[in-house]
Design a protein around this ligand. Structure first.
Ligand code: IPE
Ligand code: IPE
Ligand code: MG
Length: 256
């Protein structure tokens, strides 16, 4: 007679194989967007000031960019500073801006030698002068690169982007553009993401399940992926895990 334990084992789900082996490199999402969240809580859990969490997040950033570049992702959009983040204490805002400046100064050379192109979305004119200069330099230096496009969302809010888009459109209407038959694709061209395809996959770290004003228009049919991991602990292998899950989904775009 068959033993009870053997019988139970028969009905157990097979152990999950390590996902890292199962990625299909012929179906890498072309655009991945990430809400890099949880720096403050990462620091708090270690009784450190919040800014230490932001600093620790740079290591995650490096690893994720390296992995995305190696596996052939075309666009990586990273939420670095939202239009709402200005409401944080002044010293945290300053620390984040300084971190951005230091990061670009230190890393842009290596990114450039790896054929990475730096782009931004968001209202760059609203950034402090030093940050604006560094961002502009990084974009200018890397503009002809053909590898991964690292698209940094800075002073970015989805609603702000749509309003700015409408203002640009309005100017064209004043110059004689007919708005009667305005198409979805045409309006998309007025957004900061013009020439960038919609994200295939959106990742949010730190166990929060919301958009927080990120890519509201562009995420209409994006696959969403969440993890409890705080951003400073996120690594390239977590990105691979998200991609494997993504590859196991069926995107229907409203069809059957
Ligand atoms: C994300 O981490 C980084 C930015 C928003 C700039 P947070 O600073 O939001 O960290 P938590 O969510 O407070 O833990
Ligand atoms: C979103 O995270 C913005 C960035 C990651 C840059 P927040 O921490 O600002 O979002 P909320 O406040 O938790 O919604
Ligand atoms: Mg947060």
């Amino acid at each position: 007679m068959i033993e009870v334990n053997k019988l139970i084992n028969l009905f157990k789900k097979p152990a999950k194989k390590r996902k890292i082996n199962k990625i299909d490199d012929t179906r890498i999402p072309s655009h991945i967007a990430i809400i890099m969240d949880g720096n403050g809580r990462w620091a708090k859990a270690r009784q450190l000031p919040r800014t230490f969490g932001h600093k620790a997040g740079v290591e995650a950033l490096r690893d994720v960019i390296k992995t995305a570049s190696n596996i052939g992702v075309k666009y990586l959009t990273l939420y670095a500073f939202s239009t709402e983040n200005w409401s944080r204490p002044q010293d945290e805002v300053s620390a984040l801006m300084q971190l951005l400046v230091d990061y670009l100064k230190k890393e842009v050379g290596e990114l450039h030698s790896n054929n990475v192109r730096i782009n931004t979305i968001g209202d760059i004119e609203g950034l402090p002068r030093i940050a604006k200069i560094e961002v502009k330099n990084a974009k200018a230096l890397t503009k002809s690169n053909s590898g991964l496009c690292v698209n940094i969302a800075l002073n970015y809010g989805g609603r702000d982007e749509i309003i700015r888009g409408i203002k640009k459109l309005y100017k064209d209407v004043e110059d004689g553009l007919s708005i009667e038959n305005l198409q979805v694709e045409e309006f998309a061209g007025y957004l900061d993401t013009t020439n960038i395809p919609d994200p295939d996959l959106l990742i949010r770290t730190s166990g929060e399940y919301r958009f927080s004003n990120f890519l509201l228009w562009q995420s209409a049919y994006t696959e969403l992926w969440f993890t409890e991991t705080y951003w400073p602990d996120f690594r390239g292998e977590d990105l691979i895990g998200a991609i494997v899950d993504y590859q196991n989904r069926t995107r229907r775009f409203g069809g059957i």
